[in-house]
Design a protein. Structure first.
Length: 447
């Protein structure tokens, strides 16, 4: 006898001994329970098979557990919920180890039927429908509409009790239907809103990280779906906003979604953002209003970006708000404030290449007003190019943008003759005056 076979035999012997002990201890419990069978003989057989099934499942010997499970499932399905809990493990093992697809489909049909019988005997329909939908789509992905239906029914019955996995799988299925032209964008958006509302409601009563993670996954699936058409979103959310303009959760959902999908120039976005800020002032709300006024009213945009930066505690978000504030100051030609905002942004996010580009742009834009003559004005570009070089050195993602600016302003450097007349040579230290007041290095054009 091989070692592997001996090990199996030893396990079986131990299981038989443990079963005999367990049955002796629990005899009175099952002998009096009609769910185990009509008479003592049937009840003993049911109890014995339940124990056999359980012991084999515990050690992952699913093929050995199958016969005992089948007898319990057929003759005493109401005796224990374990028939369905362990049965799912046994049948999934059969599916995954089937010799061919036809055999796998037979086992899958059995699994689906088993879920129905579980509901008959132990209720929990919402929970079982969720598992049924997930497993159907796992083992037979082309049954997408059927699986979607199970998941939808599960969510409608379970509401805030619904499992996070069901929420995620449901929106994945809806996305597949949308991308396969089996569902219009408006229905997919409605599904997203439905699941988002459900998870947000669930978060009000639980702080479980898996719930927050599920919401993030659902939002990511939607954001990458391509269904986020501004007109469709506004058609869905505008009536909801008009019905509940004081619903903070709804306002957050509207503003976040419209901002993420590039629909932040709409009137709905403006209305929802201002309503949200009045009800719940926050850094995010102030930022969103700053976005609204960026193309309409620089002074108001600056006011809200400033409030956003002051209220924000997350370093990355604070850096982004400071950058936006700096950009508005740049547009208003408040160049010293631009630099101050950008440097503060860099202190929050040291690899913020765009902030250095903003400083360089402010320097370059100051050239016409910094310096007593053409040479001093052109020398400003040395300081500007320094910042563009800093940008690409700390943040490779902005290298192309920085190189474009370097090329543009290097062409405007003072030439050799102008520098010679000033007694300056390449590589020599030079201080740019005006509000910039910064040391740089002489670099001349050779033409």
């Amino acid at each position: 006898m091989g070692l592997k076979m001996k090990s199996v035999v030893d396990k079986v012997v131990l299981i038989i001994i443990s079963l005999q002990l367990a049955l002796a201890v629990n005899a009175q419990a099952y002998l009096q329970n009609p769910k185990y069978g009509d008479d003592e003989k049937e009840r003993k057989e049911c109890a014995s098979n339940l124990s056999t099934m359980a012991e084999f499942v515990k050690i992952n010997m699913y093929d050995y557990a199958y016969d005992a499970w089948k007898k319990c499932y057929t003759h005493c399905p109401g005796s224990s919920k374990n028939i369905f809990i362990y049965g799912a493990k046994i049948l999934k093992h059969k599916i995954e180890n089937a010799a061919n697809q036809d055999e796998a489909d037979i086992w899958l049909d059995t699994l689906m039927q088993m879920y129905d019988k579980r509901v008959e005997n132990f209720n929990q329909e919402y929970y079982v429908l969720g598992m049924k939908g997930i497993d159907l789509l796992k083992y037979k992905p082309d049954s997408i509409q059927r699986g979607y239906g199970y998941l939808r029914s599960s969510l409608e019955l379970g509401k805030e009790k619904s499992e996070e996995a069901v929420c995620i799988t449901f929106i994945q299925a809806s996305n597949v239907l949308f991308k396969s032209n089996l569902k219009p964008a408006s229905e997919f958006i409605n599904d997203y809103v439905y699941v988002g509302d459900l998870l947000n409601s669930k978060l009000k009563v639980t702080s479980a990280p898996e719930c927050q993670s599920a919401l993030g996954n659902v939002e990511a699936i939607f954001a990458e779906s391509g269904a986020a058409d501004c007109e469709a979103l506004i058609n869905i959310f505008a009536p909801r906003y008009n019905d509940s303009p004081g619903d903070i959760d709804l306002l957050k959902n509207i503003t976040n979604l419209l901002d993420k999908t590039g629909c932040n120039e709409s009137e709905l976005f403006a209305q929802a953002s201002e309503s949200l800020y009045k009800l719940e002032p926050s850094a995010k709300a102030a930022y969103l209003i700053g976005v609204i006024f960026e193309k309409k009213d620089y002074a108001k945009s600056k006011q809200y970006y400033s409030m956003a930066a002051k209220q924000e505690t997350n370093p990355d978000d604070k850096a982004n708000y400071l950058y936006k504030l700096g950009y508005i100051n740049f547009r208003m030609e408040n160049f010293a404030e631009t630099r101050s905002n950008a440097l503060e942004a860099i202190s929050c996010k040291p690899d913020f290449g765009d902030a250095y580009i903003l400083i360089g742009s402010a320097y370059a834009a100051s050239s016409s007003s910094c310096g007593a003559d053409k040479f001093e004005k052109d020398a400003v570009y040395w300081a500007a190019v320094d910042k563009f070089i800093n940008a690409k050195n700390i943040d490779p993602s902005v290298a192309d943008k920085a190189n474009e600016q370097i090329s543009k302003y290097s062409a405007a450097f003072p030439n050799n003759e102008e520098a010679f007349f000033r007694g300056l040579t390449d590589g020599q230290e030079y201080t740019v005056g005006c509000w910039i007041n910064e040391k740089t290095t002489v670099r001349t054009r050779k033409n």
